[in-house]
Design a protein around this ligand. Structure first.
Ligand SMILES: [Zn+2]
Length: 154
């Protein structure tokens, strides 16, 4: 009979700071002014948000800055109802990949302005292609949550 090993529960805290560099610093500073900034590839013309230093498609420098509309459409989304370690907010909530107007990538953020008490109604309201608009929090801190969430357009 194989030996049965037990486990014990423990939590590991790992405080750290990310160096944002000049590109992400400018991106987050833009959020503080209610601007969503991306960069445009000088070779293939693709626009990425958050801004990037180099193009993930053709690896060229992305020196051209663009401000994109705070609107887009949902590419995919999920309803999070389970609590787990490390979440930035308590469930339930919806997280989505949003294609902002004029960009060539997905932007991950929360969806709000939706009644989360009935999952069936949530599924009826949110579809791939649902148009959404950024809702800004009142006090900005140059953080991703300066955009409180994206709300479906009526
Ligand atoms: Zn490119």
């Amino acid at each position: 009979m194989p030996k049965e090993y037990r486990t014990i529960r423990g939590d590991v805290a790992l405080p750290y700071k990310w160096a944002l560099g000049k590109t992400w610093t400018r991106f987050f500073d833009g959020l503080k002014e209610e601007k969503i900034l991306g960069t445009k590839c000088t070779q293939c013309g693709k626009v990425f948000v958050p801004a990037r230093t180099f193009c993930p498609v053709c690896l060229s420098d992305m020196a051209e800055w663009v401000e994109v509309k705070p609107e887009g459409e949902i590419l995919t989304w999920t309803f999070v109802s389970a609590k787990y370690y490390g979440q930035v907010k308590d469930p339930p909530y919806i997280i989505a990949t949003i294609k902002l107007v004029g960009t060539d990538c997905g932007f991950h953020h929360f969806i709000g302005g939706v009644d989360l008490s009935d999952a069936k109604q949530v599924r009826q309201k949110l579809k791939t292609g649902t148009k959404v608009k950024a809702v800004w929090r009142p006090e900005k801190k140059a953080e991703i949550l300066d955009i409180a969430y994206f709300a479906p357009l009526k």
